[in-house]
Design a binder for this molecule. Structure first.
Ligand code: F0G
Length: 351
């Protein structure tokens, strides 16, 4: 009966939020699980892509923002704040607009893509650029929410993970069980923690017979969960995961340990190559950070890791149109111009 209702109405009784919270929703979630012929062929596994760029603001953040904004507004908030590398702020701004509250955004100066900045601005945010990195912004956002009348909606807000865990529910609902492995990019580490929460809850309810092995991939220049030490000056072309001291560090380590998983680093070159290959081979265009899980799978295959016979889910977290500047960097744009004549066009196309 009718369209997908958004993650709160689809899964309300499974979410640990006040059950009478009215939903502030843009009908997020219900994203496609797309079979990857390319990666299935390479691995001898069944590889499924959870395409989170299909959410209303183009990233997985909408799942947690519907819950965070709904709870904050229900509790009387008139303004909301977040630190962001761009996607959290785009999402918060949209849900704040929908709810009629003021969004305040703290971002590292010059380090968020133009598309994400456009989203924050058009949805009506107060955008404050900070001379510092994401970790500085997050410290400021926490302090601002402590001292001023504004609600914090970063993933340290537990309502965020409650919403984000629904992606795990959807994967199990579609596959009929949990996958054997789940691979995804890791930055502030909220998402891997949320997936683990979701998989654990479904296994506890008997809706899945197992939980997947969790493998999280970070950019080499921002890989604190790999080295076990914070990165004071994180750097990567995948700006969405340019984070040196993840807020959900402990939860992410628990997901790794309880699942028998691991964290590994991939280089910017591997990330950007994976982004291009995924677009060209599977028709799925994701932003650089979103390709970290794909890059991770490819680098493991090269190192001899086997996925043969397994079911593998990989989250691709955000849409490619979020950051076209990075996508086009170093590419020669085709400059084929012809007269308005079909034969000339056909010749130029090599027909
Ligand atoms: N992929 C994308 C596209 C992201 O925007 C983020 C995080 C991640 C992966 C990592 O997810 O932080 O839960 O481990 N972006 C945040 C932001 C930090 O501000 O938009 P995580």
């Amino acid at each position: 009966n009718g369209q997908w209702r958004g993650v709160i109405e689809e899964y309300r009784e499974l979410l640990d939020i006040p059950q009478d919270t009215p939903a502030v929703t843009l009908r997020e979630g219900g994203t496609p699980l797309v079979h990857s012929g390319w990666l299935s062929g390479l691995t001898g596994a069944e590889v499924w892509l959870k395409v989170e760029g299909n959410n209303p603001t183009g990233s997985f953040k909408d799942r947690g923002m519907t819950t965070a904004l709904s709870v904050a507004v229900h509790e009387g908030a008139k303004a909301v704040v977040c630190a962001s590398t761009g996607n959290t702020s785009a999402s918060m701004a949209a849900y704040a607009a929908k709810a009629g509250v003021t969004p305040i955004v703290l971002v590292p100066e010059g380090k968020i893509s133009a598309g994400k900045m456009a989203q924050a601005v058009l949805h009506g945010s107060q955008v404050i650029q900070v001379r510092g990195n994401f970790d500085d912004c997050l410290r400021m956002a926490r302090e601002m929410a402590w001292h001023y009348p504004v609600a914090l909606v970063n993933s340290v807000n537990p309502a965020r993970l409650e919403g984000q865990k629904t992606a795990a529910f959807e994967i199990v609902d579609f596959l009929g069980d949990a996958p054997d492995y789940h691979l995804l990019p890791v930055g502030n580490a909220g998402n891997i923690s949320a997936y683990w929460l979701g998989y654990t809850q479904y296994a506890g309810l008997g809706r899945a017979t197992k939980r997947p092995v969790m493998r999280g991939f970070q950019a080499e220049g921002a890989a604190p969960l790999v080295t076990g030490e914070p990165f004071p000056d994180p750097e990567t072309a995948a700006t969405a995961i340019r984070i040196g001291n993840p807020a959900s560090w402990k939860l992410a380590e628990a997901a790794r340990d309880e699942s028998g998983g691991r964290f590994a680093a991939v280089s910017d070159e591997q990330i950007l190559a994976a982004q291009k290959q995924l677009a060209a081979r599977d028709g799925v265009f994701v932003e650089p950070a979103s390709a970290a899980g794909i890059a991770g799978l490819l680098s493991e295959l090269a190192a001899g890791v086997s996925y043969r016979g397994a079911t593998v889910a990989i989250t691709v977290t955000g849409h490619g149109l979020k950051d076209i500047a990075t996508a086009l960097e170093g590419l020669e744009l085709p400059e084929v111009v012809v007269d308005a004549d079909v034969d000339a066009a056909a010749r130029a196309a090599g027909l």
